[in-house]
Design a protein around this ligand. Sequence first.
Ligand code: SF4
Length: 367
Amino acid sequence: MKVTQDYTTKEALLELYNKPLLELVFEAATVHRLHHNPEEVQMSSLLSIKTGGCAEDCGYCPQAARYHTDVETQKLMTVDSVVEQAKNAKENGSSRLCMGAAWREVRDNKDFDNVIEMVQAVNDLDMEVCCTLGMMNQDQAKRLKNAGLFAYNHNLDTSKDYYDDVISTREYEDRLNTIDNARKAGLSVCSGGIIGMGEAIEDRIGLLMSYMEMETPPESIPINALVAVEGTPMEDQKPIEQWEMIRMVATTRIAFPKSVVRLSAGRTKMTMEGQALCFMSGAGSIFAGDKLLTTPNPDYNEDMEMFKILGLTPKAAFSDGDKPETKPDLIIEARKAKEAVRVEELKAARTKIDGFEPRKVTTVDSL
Ligand code: SF4
């Protein structure tokens, strides 16, 4: 049987993808067992911390402001409500929390400071924290790393060739730069794609080739099936067959044997048997909870039943890397110190006003 190192060209990967399905699954299952515990699947939760109103035009996304979908715009959640949701997710077996904000890019403002505090708080709960916040520069990536972020998600979505058919408001190169910034800050990288957007099989392989060309491929590769949402340009795309999902998971597993391949959006259209073949082929994670940002996802109890039937156990946090240390954020500390000074100044001003005695005015009558 061929080993992974042979699959470094587009032609070889294409041939692999098109192998008889059961041969492909067998090969992927063999590679998976060399590098991962096949009985464990990580349960992750995806939380939309800021929903809708995004300036980008990703053709699959109901959160883009320019499309008319049912998504209601919501401003950034508070740190306390994120912590509450994280605790619930942990109680339900999730060991990773991915926080998604519908932003074009990270901005250096109070909202980002709040996200930093969210990361610190969720890391303190001993969960792997992942964020997907759009494009970011290296300083922002460093702040997230210092806050205790485990991974940064930034999907390439598809091949470089098909990219312009999906998004026009930012370049493929922009995405690669953000991934590079995350990598340089020492973050683990989560990056994957969506199939079923009208792309050719060559584009699916092209996506994998983009990762193959990186010095270090992503530690985590989510594979999504398009969930066609009414009001988006892709609303009429037919759902893909689950066999295509299995092929994509298996090919990704063989191409990147050490990465965690995540079976992500689109599971509602798959049978339990189809998902079982994905786990057999190397999918090492699912998203738990009945919503994936804004689109439907299987019910928690259904997933628990599936785990029971298949004999799978939820994977513990930090099985694939140490828990990041949380360091103080100098920008937040400076802001808080400034705010404390301001509060003291206001208090002093108030005392002055309260203790103010009007000067006695001498009138003609009092003489
Ligand atoms: S995928 Fe992200 S960047 Fe693209 S429109 Fe949706 S929220 Fe915005």
